[in-house]
Design a binder for this molecule. Structure first.
Ligand SMILES: [Zn+2]
Length: 508
C-alpha cells in the first residue's frame, strides 16, 4: 500500500494507503456522484483508478494529471477524472494500460481456478484468496460453459477485469480458456486475451483399451497416427516395454501389454494435444498450457500418466499443469466419493510422474467441495497444485438468493427439478431426482441450507445453463443478477466464506 504521491510516481501497481483511502473515496464519491468502493483505489504510473456505483450500475473512475476530464483535488493534488462505463471498450483500455488488470502467466505457483458463470463473483473470490498465497485464475470458463450460459470469452475477461478493479487486487491473476477441443476454440479465446489454455483431448482417448483382448490392441496399435507421433509402433514398444524406470524414486515397469494398452488408450490424445500445442505456439504470443484427461471413462493409471507425459515431452510440448482422471468419484459440487487412502496412494504416484517431467502442477478438475482430499493434495504436491472450481460459485450465488429472495429461489428450484434428467447427461453426478427437496417442503426448512442437501445441490449444479438462459435470461437471470447486485456484500461474503475453505488448505 502506498500514499497517493508515491502510488502515482511508482511503476509497480499498488493500493492506496489505508490512512488515505476513506478520504479519497469520499472526495471521489462527491465529485462523481457515485458511491466509490474505498478498497478499489489503486494504480501506478501516474494513474489512480477506482470503482463506483449508482444503484446497481457500476462506473470506472480514472484520474491522472492529464487535462482530459473533470478537475478534482484529490489528497491535495490537482487531478482530472474520467468516468468510464463498465463496457468492453473500457476493459480493453484498462488492460492495455494497467498490467494488474490483465491476466498474467502464473507458471507453477500454487493456484486456484475461480470460474464465475454469472460474471459478478470476482470480488468474493479475491476476498477468499487474500493472504493464502494462492494465485487466482479469475477469468476461467470452458467452451461448454460459455455455450450453456451464452457468454463470450470477451465477457468473461471483462468481468474479471472489473471485479479485480472493484476489489483493488493488484496481486495479478491468471486466465484459463478451459476444456478446449479444437483449434478454433484457441482462436476464439486467445482473441479475448486468454493466456492459459487447457487442452482437452478427451474425445481422442480410446476408453475401450482397458478391456480389449491383446489381438485387438495390436490391430489398434498399428493404426495409431504414427506420422503425427513421429515414431512407430515398434519403436514405441521397445522404448517402454520391459524397461524398469525410476520415476523420482518410484519404480515403474511397463509390460508389453501395459504399453499396448497405454498407447492405444492415449496415443491419439497425444497426437491431438501436440497438434493443439503447436497451433497455440505458432501464434507467437506468451502462453501456458494445461492438459486435461479428467473426463475420460476410467481413471488414469500411473503408467498411463507416465506414457502420456513422456510422449508429449518427446514431441517437444511444454506445460504447467496436467489433470489426470483420479480414482474415486469427482462429482460436481459435492465432496470426494471414494476410498481416501487409495486416492492418496495414487496421488503420490501421480506427483512423482509430474516431478520427473518438469515438476508441473497436478490440476484437480471438478475440484470444488472436495474438502476431504485437500489436505492430501497440499501435503504431497509441495505447492505444485491447481485446484479448479467453477459451478460451486454459482451454487453459492443461489445460496445468497435463498437468503434474500426466497420466492425467486423456490421458482428456480422448481424449474431445476424439471430440467435435471435432461441436463445431467453430460456431467458426473448421481443425484436422485426423487430425493431433491421440493419447493413445497421448503416451508419447514431454512432455504439457504437446502444448498447443502446432496441431491438438490447437484440438481442446481447441472441446470445452470437452462436456468440462466430460460426465456433468453428474462425468466430468471435478470432477477438473479438484480438480487445479487442489490445484496452484493452478502453475496461476496458467502462466496468468500465458501471459497476460503478450498484455498486455505493449499496455502504455504
Ligand atoms: Zn475438467
Amino acid at each position: 500500500m502506498k500514499k497517493l504521491t508515491e502510488l502515482l510516481s511508482g511503476d509497480e501497481p499498488a493500493n492506496l494507503a489505508l490512512t488515505e483511502r476513506d478520504a479519497v473515496a469520499k472526495t471521489l464519491s462527491a465529485a462523481s456522484s457515485l458511491k466509490v468502493y474505498p478498497q478499489s483505489s489503486c494504480g501506478g504510473k501516474g494513474v489512480l483508478y477506482a470503482m463506483g456505483r449508482s444503484g446497481i450500475e457500476k462506473t470506472v473512475l480514472r484520474l491522472s494529471s492529464a487535462n482530459d476530464g473533470t478537475a478534482v483535488k484529490v489528497g491535495g493534488k490537482d487531478m482530472f477524472m474520467q468516468k468510464l462505463p463498465c463496457n468492453h471498450e473500457t476493459a480493453v483500455k484498462l488492460r492495455a494500460e494497467a498490467s494488474f488488470l490483465a491476466p498474467k502467466l502464473v507458471g507453477t505457483a500454487t493456484s486456484g481456478g475461480c470460474g464465475d458463470r454469472l460474471g459478478i463473483a470476482t470480488p468474493g473470490h479475491i476476498q477468499a484468496i487474500i493472504g493464502t498465497g494462492v494465485v487466482p485464475y479469475l477469468a476461467q470458463q470452458s467452451i461448454r460453459e460459455m455455450e450453456r450460459t451464452r457468454r463470450t470469452p470477451d465477457q468473461v475477461m471483462d468481468c474479471a477485469t472489473f471485479g479485480v478493479l472493484e476489489a483493488g487486487w493488484v496481486g495479478g491473476f491468471g486466465s484459463d480458456a478451459d476444456h478446449l477441443k479444437k483449434p478454433e476454440n484457441v482462436d476464439y479465446t486467445m482473441a479475448a486475451g486468454f493466456t492459459m489454455f487447457t487442452i482437452d483431448p478427451g474425445d481422442h482417448v480410446d476408453n475401450d483399451a482397458d478391456k480389449l483382448p491383446e489381438a485387438d490392441l495390436r490391430t489398434k496399435m498399428s493404426a495409431l497416427p504414427w506420422d503425427g507421433l513421429e515414431t512407430s509402433a515398434k519403436e514405441t514398444l521397445s522404448r517402454y516395454s520391459g524397461k524398469k524406470i525410476d520415476v523420482a524414486g518410484l519404480d515403474l515397469t511397463f509390460s508389453e501389454e501395459d504399453i499396448l494398452r497405454a498407447a492405444v488408450k492415449y496415443g491419439k490424445a497425444v497426437n491431438h494435444t501436440v497438434m493443439m500445442y503447436r497451433y497455440i505456439k505458432g501464434k507467437g504470443k506468451p502462453f501456458e498450457l494445461e492438459m486435461s484427461v479428467d473426463e475420460t471413462d476410467s481413471p488414469t493409471t500411473t503408467l498411463e500418466h507416465y506414457y502420456f507425459a513422456s510422449e508429449l515431452r518427446r514431441l517437444g510440448a511444454e506445460w504447467i499443469g496436467l489433470a489426470p482422471r483420479f480414482i474415486g468419484r469427482f462429482e460436481k459440487g459435492v465432496d470426494y466419493i471414494g476410498d481416501i487412502p487409495a486416492f492418496e496412494k495414487a496421488y503420490i504416484e501421480h506427483c512423482k510422474v509430474a516431478e520427473a517431467f518438469g515438476n508441473y502442477k497436478l490440476s484437480i478438475h471438478s475440484g470444488s467441495d472436495k474438502f476431504s482430499i485437500y489436505p492430501i493434495c497440499a501435503k504431497h504436491a509441495k505447492g505444485r497444485v491447481h485446484l479448479k472450481t467453477a459451478g460451486t460459485s454459482y451454487l453459492e450465488a443461489l445460496r445468497t438468493v435463498a437468503c434474500v429472495n426466497e420466492p425467486l429461489f423456490l421458482e428456480i428450484l422448481a424449474f431445476a427439478i424439471g430440467r435435471y434428467e435432461e441436463d445431467k447427461k453430460s456431467y458426473h453426478v448421481s443425484a436422485d431426482l426423487a430425493k431433491v427437496i421440493r419447493p413445497e417442503a421448503c416451508k419447514h426448512l431454512n432455504a439457504p441450507d437446502i444448498l447443502d442437501q446432496f441431491d438438490t445441490r447437484q440438481a442446481f449444479h447441472v441446470t445452470f445453463g437452462s436456468v440462466l438462459t430460460a426465456d433468453d435470461g428474462k425468466r430468471f437471470k435478470t432477477a438473479i443478477m438484480q438480487t445479487l447486485r442489490e445484496h452484493e456484500e452478502k453475496h461476496y461474503e458467502i462466496i468468500a466464506k465458501h471459497m476460503r475453505k478450498h484455498f486455505a488448505p493449499l496455502a504455504g
